[in-house]
Write a protein that binds this ligand. Structure first.
Ligand code: ZN
Ligand code: ZN
Length: 285
């Protein structure tokens, strides 16, 4: 009954030797979902010992290369692993022609179906037995969406408070954002720039560390993790310190970090509501 987030890539535009472009894997009760798919995601999936064929759906935020350049290779590798289950891909409408292009050149004998679900507005994207996924618009240079995962629990089988995770990809701040991620247990929010570079962030439709923390505070999130650092930032630890000035439960992420959101039984919640999200399972924060 896990609810586990693995950071596959935490860089912005450029890949580095120790930091890959955006990608995350979320496992909910053993079911695997991929969030963004920057270049190198295949290798990162391998390094984290995750299964290519177990990925049920891919959620792409937008079609900047650092969020989708890894998709073609991944789709072909799934075929080489004899995937037969359909793969659901969610993303903005302009991802549709890209997938069509892929299929026209590389889709022969793929062996499985790719089902593209264009996202055009805020709303429910997907429901499984254990989780609902809601898409919400972000404020970037192009169509861009964040995704929120809410666990479905049944009081008899899973007597605990439903857990939640929200992925806020590239965005400049905007007033409605906090409401889309209200009360999430774990919030990922991009923080491309350090505090004090708000002008630059606004120019490129990104956020600073402080703006990410403001969103977490306004949303009432339990814990904030930040990533998508500009390549000009050499020491990311200062970003977390900036966030903690207004939102103490803030952490930077690195590739390979794993976050397990523990479940809290209802009776524990009644006696103490102080249990937070575990830090990194690998002890890196
Ligand atoms: Zn980006
Ligand atoms: Zn972008």
């Amino acid at each position: 009954m896990n609810f586990t987030l693995t950071i596959l890539g935490s860089a912005s535009a450029l890949p580095f030797s120790d930091r890959n472009p955006s990608a995350q894997a979320l496992s909910v009760h053993g079911r695997l979902f991929l969030l963004d798919c920057g270049e190198g995601t295949q290798q990162r999936i391998r390094q984290e010992h995750l299964s290519f064929v177990k990925i049920e759906a891919v959620f792409i935020s937008h079609i900047h290369g650092d969020h989708c350049f890894g998709l073609f290779g991944l789709l072909s590798t799934m075929s080489l692993y004899h995937r037969v289950a359909p793969l659901h891909i969610f993303g903005p409408q302009n991802l549709g022609p890209i997938i069509k292009f892929y299929l026209s050149y590389f889709g022969q004998d793929l062996g499985y179906e790719i089902v593209f679900h264009p996202i055009t507005a805020q709303g429910l994207a997907m429901t499984t037995k254990n989780v609902t996924v809601t898409a919400f618009p972000l404020n970037h240079k192009m169509d861009c969406y964040g995704y929120r995962f809410d666990e479905i629990v049944t009081p008899r089988r899973n007597p605990w408070k439903p857990r939640s995770y929200a992925y806020v990809s590239d965005t400049a701040p905007f007033p409605e954002l906090a409401s889309y991620v209200k009360d999430v247990d774990l919030l990922y929010h991009e923080a491309t720039y350090p505090a004090g570079m708000e002008d630059k962030a606004q120019q490129y439709y990104h956020s600073t560390s402080l703006q990410a923390a403001q969103c977490a505070r306004d949303a009432g999130a339990r814990q904030l993790i930040i990533g998508h650092y500009s390549s000009r930032i050499k020491d990311i630890s200062s970003l977390a310190e900036e966030c903690r000035e207004i939102f103490p439960e803030s952490f930077t992420v690195n590739d390979g970090d794993i976050f397990e959101i523990p479940y809290i039984r209802e009776y524990e919640k009644m006696s103490s509501d102080s249990t937070g999200v575990d830090g990194c399972a690998d002890g890196s924060i």
